[in-house]
Design a protein around this ligand. Structure first.
Ligand SMILES: [Zn+2]
Length: 342
């Protein structure tokens, strides 16, 4: 069983080998704890390189109802062998344990979305305290931050890795290179204006090589998405020299290279103009031209009524669309992304 630590200073981030921890965060209203799963691996394989590889952290379960990251990071907790590894890898398969066990996007304990809680608060509610722990105790040990998401019940996406527009060209270039190691069909440049307090916002601002991504949707464990997440993290470890060998393709040989697309403008995130039943007509990752039909919104209060046709304001690729059929006015209905400028 993992070692329970009540004080983060009891975690030995330097200890050789593999160590599993439960980091105890006291509950806000009752006696008892949220036990955050954390595995620290310091490889024992002799390092031939002059410089040890940079620290890497991988997160799953930042949102509780997204399972591809939870499953792939948990598997790596067992599969990575410290004898075959050099340098440090930190794995957190369920960053919001309460949200994960409840199969919810937000924690049921404080109603907080973990991916809006950064940089956290040392004396805040449980989600803020976990974010604060990540910022103060985990980030100092790593250069590379991987946060594995999927669409939950809100949106569906083709498998993609993602990052925000990054002003520093050196950081930007390394991030894109690492995003490609997951061999996804798409890499999405996404808007910083949609929300704030993201784990990735915080890591990017600290200058870290930070990758987000959407590896499935619909509260399932997507086969392809999980393979991209698991093999992608291993490719990152191969790229930096933690593991021996060259990064490997995840998709079948002959697949097209990952397409870098730009959804960095907030007006790319199109809200539903009214309630309705959403009938998409374009496949995820499909190409649309400006003015093309993306889907129809149906009003069943009059079954003889014409549907409201939703047409794309621009040409590009459908990188996200609303997942559920039932749509409420104002939710993001679809995102069409342009080809990004290299
Ligand atoms: Zn998410």
């Amino acid at each position: 069983m993992p070692t329970v630590v009540h004080d983060p200073s009891q975690i030995n981030f330097e200890k050789a080998g593999k160590n599993h921890y439960h980091v105890a965060f006291h509950l806000d209203g009752t006696w008892g704890y949220t036990l955050l799963p954390l595995t620290v691996i310091n490889g024992t394989r002799p390092d031939e390189a002059a410089k040890p590889p940079p620290g890497v952290v991988a997160f799953g379960g930042t949102h509780g109802n997204e399972f591809e990251g939870q499953v792939s990071v948990k598997r790596l907790c067992r599969d990575l062998d410290p004898a075959a590894l050099t340098g440090r890898v930190i794995l957190i398969p369920q960053l919001s344990p309460s949200a994960c066990t409840a199969n919810r996007r937000e924690s049921p304990l404080d109603g907080v979305n973990m991916n809006r809680a950064f940089p956290g608060k040392a004396r805040g509610t449980i989600s803020y305290r976990i974010a604060d722990f990540v910022k103060r105790f985990v980030f100092p040990y790593v250069h590379v931050v991987l946060d594995i998401h999927s669409g939950g019940m809100e949106g569906c996406f083709p498998v993609c890795t993602s990052f925000h527009p990054i002003p520093d060209p050196v950081q930007r270039q390394e991030i894109e290179l690492v995003a490609r190691l997951f061999d996804p069909p798409f890499i999405m440049l996404y808007s910083s204006a949609m929300a704030s307090g993201l784990l990735t916002d915080e890591a990017e601002a600290e200058g870290k090589v930070t990758i987000g991504g959407e590896f499935g949707y619909g509260e399932s464990v997507d086969i392809d998405g999980t393979r991209h997440a698991y093999e992608g993290i291993k490719n990152v470890l191969r790229h930096y020299g933690h593991l021996k060998g060259e990064p490997a393709l995840v998709r079948p040989p002959g697949s097209k290279g990952s397409r870098l697309v730009d959804a960095s403008r907030i007006d790319d995130y199109v809200p539903a103009p009214r309630d309705g039943v959403w009938e998409p007509v374009v496949h995820l990752g499909g190409r649309v031209e400006s003015g093309a039909l993306v889907g129809r919104l149906h009003d069943f209060s009059d079954h003889s009524s014409a549907p409201l046709e939703i047409r794309s304001a621009k040409s590009g690729w459908v990188i996200m669309r609303h997942f559920r059929a039932m749509v409420k006015k104002g939710v993001t209905l679809y995102v069409v992304a342009d080809e990004a400028q290299a």
